[in-house]
Design a protein around this ligand. Sequence first.
Ligand SMILES: *Cc1c(COP(=O)(O)O)cnc(C)c1O
Length: 340
Amino acid sequence: MKIDLRSDTVTKPTKDMLEAMMAAQVGDDVFREDETVNLLEEKVAQLFGKESALFFPSGTMANQTAIKLHTNPGEQVICDKYAHIYNYESGGASFNSGVSCKLIDGERGMFKAEQVLEAINPEDYYYSKTSLVALENTTNKGGGACWDFEEILKIRQVCAENGLGLHLDGARLWNAIVETNDSLDQYGKVFDTISVCLSKGLGCPVGSVLVGNADIMKDALRIRKIFGGNMRQGGYLAAAGIYALDHHIDRLKEDYKKAKEIGEALAKLNQVKSVEPIETNIVIFELHDDADDKAFVQKLAAQNVFIISMGNKKLRMVTHLDYSDTMHNKFIELLKLNKL
Ligand SMILES: *Cc1c(COP(=O)(O)O)cnc(C)c1O
């Protein structure tokens, strides 16, 4: 039995999801005639109380489109030093939109409204013009941490007072919602654009959605085309998204319970120096200075358990839909042996 905890993206469609995909009504989405894609977009727009939504092949493309919608070349985006848009999108912000990032030294990928205020460039012409603030919830590199909505409201205020756009990389926003009991509608009210992933915790094979109001979203379709993101009978994929939104959100709590139990077991291991607070489905832990992280990963792999190294003796595990109770029990037993 292979236990794959490298990411929540490794899931495969369930039988019921596959059936929903097979039954989808499709058409050519380049003519905007795929009714299942249209349905998914309407559904997600409605969840957030936004006027418009667009289906994307990846979260990266959805974020990159948002950055392009909010900025002109030469301008600057404020984000955390851990941000996915800065670290893990291949430098796309500069490649696609010609913008730079002003990094905030936040805490687990999150920051305060005052830090945003400090990061805004003065008006003088020789500065890069600050045009966008981007948040991430839950934070990926920050270990699945959830933002405090009160802080988001303060940041919204700073953006409004300084004429800045506000984007949310909500690849794992579903995870945050289930943990905090905040509502998607609440998020829709404060952010200008939000990207969400269907292919992580929700278990779809492919897909992300970008939402916003009509004014900001009016060029999204053209930009997605420029990025090569047009799909034809995308309805087969969109059907998986609709199915996941209806069936796979509430169950995310099971992933958190397992993640917390893994964290507790890890904390007792000799090589483990610390385990970061576990709020959702991501477990980040650090080995002692004299421990060998590569060897640790390899020893687990030899037991058919797969995790990833984040460098600097930090390792990551992510629980998900395909990480079953049986796998979990087996893995916990393995950790309890303390022989890694
Ligand atoms: C996974 C992820 C994305 C997008 O990833 P894709 O692999 O392009 O779908 C964006 N932001 C965060 C925080 C992510 O974890």
